[in-house]
Design a protein. Structure first.
Length: 158
């Protein structure tokens, strides 16, 4: 039996949900490996709670080549988060809303097991690939909030 960074006493519901999703079934990776360089944007206080990650965009690129696909999903504790690393200016808001719309439809139609595990609070996370250039309280920030997307930030703390 090999040792991993996850708490082996709990079932890995994230991995089971990924394996039950044909579009990404082979995309599961330990920890935050699927995020590549983007993993530096995630700060987990207890890395044993990290249940794995998937590069949704790479896994679904050939299936949905013309779609505005979402980047990543990660499992943490018994919850799932959906992470998009993208520039964060007002001109990017419409792109992000299209990506979120695609993700929500994909979860409903193609990934219901992941949908069931999504975090209760702020499951959709926009991480800025550079500086955040969207003013607090602006109409763009309100548009994001109406769709359930937290305004962009530089890091996600779990």
């Amino acid at each position: 039996m090999s040792e991993t960074k996850t708490d082996s006493r709990l079932p890995n519901l994230f991995r089971k949900a990924v394996e039950a999703t044909p579009d990404i079934t082979r995309g599961y990776q330990e920890g935050l490996q699927a995020l590549g360089k983007g993993k530096s944007k995630i700060q987990a206080t207890d890395t044993r709670k990290l249940k794995g990650s998937v590069d949704i965009d790479s896994c679904t690129e050939k299936l949905y080549p013309e779609s505005s696909r979402w980047d990543y999903t990660i499992g943490h504790d018994q919850s799932v988060y959906f992470i998009e690393i993208h520039p964060a200016s007002t001109s990017d808001v419409s792109t992000m809303l299209k990506k979120l719309e695609w993700l929500k439809a994909w979860l409903k139609d193609k990934a219901p097991e992941l949908e069931k595990l999504k975090a209760r609070e702020n499951p959709y996370v926009w991480l800025a690939s550079g500086r955040v250039n969207i003013l607090s309280g602006s109409k763009w920030q309100r548009q994001l909030a109406q769709k359930g997307l937290v305004p962009p930030r530089e890091k996600l703390k779990l």
